[in-house]
Design a protein around this ligand. Sequence first.
Ligand code: UDP
Ligand code: MG
Length: 316
Amino acid sequence: MAAPTLAIVVPCYKETEALPASLGTLLGLLDEFAAEGIAAPDSYIMCVDDGSPDATWSVIEEWHGRDSRVKGIRLAHNRGHQCALLAGVDAVADRCDAAVTIDADLQDDPRAMRAMLGHMADGAEIVYGVRSSRESDSWFKRTTAQGFYKFQHMLGLETVYNHADYRLMSARALRYLRQYGESNIFLRGIVPQIGLQTAVVEYPRTARTAGETHYPLSKMIALSIDGVTSFTAKPMRWIFTVGLLLLVVDIAVALWVLIAYFRHATISGWASLMLSVWFLGSLILMGLGIVGEYIGKIYTEVKHRPRYALRDELFD
Ligand code: UDP
Ligand code: MG
């Protein structure tokens, strides 16, 4: 079997500092893979400039001029990491046998791609990169990130623990991914739903080589909420459950109110008010929960917005 053409998809937002070194490393790695015969010599890097306001696109153009294996697309507007990733895999899906997505700062060890290609040769179509340690991350980043996974699991979201968006997907898996028409994209939730044969490669996560994180807590929370709201209606179901629990509590409340009433220990009107407040409260919550179920469905059905627009393209 011929070695697969590999496309390395790199989302870049304000990465002028980290990108040159990263591209050098990745090109070197592609040379090694070609020499070892585990990836075809026409394997390439697809940089996705996520509407960076700085000189990121100039860096990509410059490197493309130097080595045509560095290719690029540029989103017209900053659409966020997930969208940039999707734009990248969309662009390469028909022009490669497999694509690996990796962050521009190479915090996720690019050498793990060798093992990923190995698993692919053994038939895996999706290979997840999983961080074996996060020592290089700050305590805060580590704790919030771990909390993020735990929260998702609590809500019944199927994600791979300690896997971010460093993964290899075969061309076929990429085409399946395309069929997900939703615009609230949370790849870590979608990819496990595709199925196909999967494998896991562990690697230690290192510190950012240059520049600074563009994933502050606010963006992590936004991603977390996106992940939850686009994959599970559980929070809405909780509203219903709370309503149901209150209905049970109602029985105790009703008993207490009736006892107080018959002991003549109440002022007039209190008993009827108490009973109706508790009963109606639980009914309203349950009603909200039921309406919520439908709204949740409508929400996921309706959002067929285009995800991104291309501003420039370097594809030759
Ligand atoms: N990124 C992007 N769009 C954004 C923010 C980030 O494409 O709006 C890219 C960024 O260039 C990097 C990757 O997403 O390649 C991960 O970002 P970063 O390294 O800043 O996050 P962290 O590793 O700290 O979670
Ligand atoms: Mg990073």
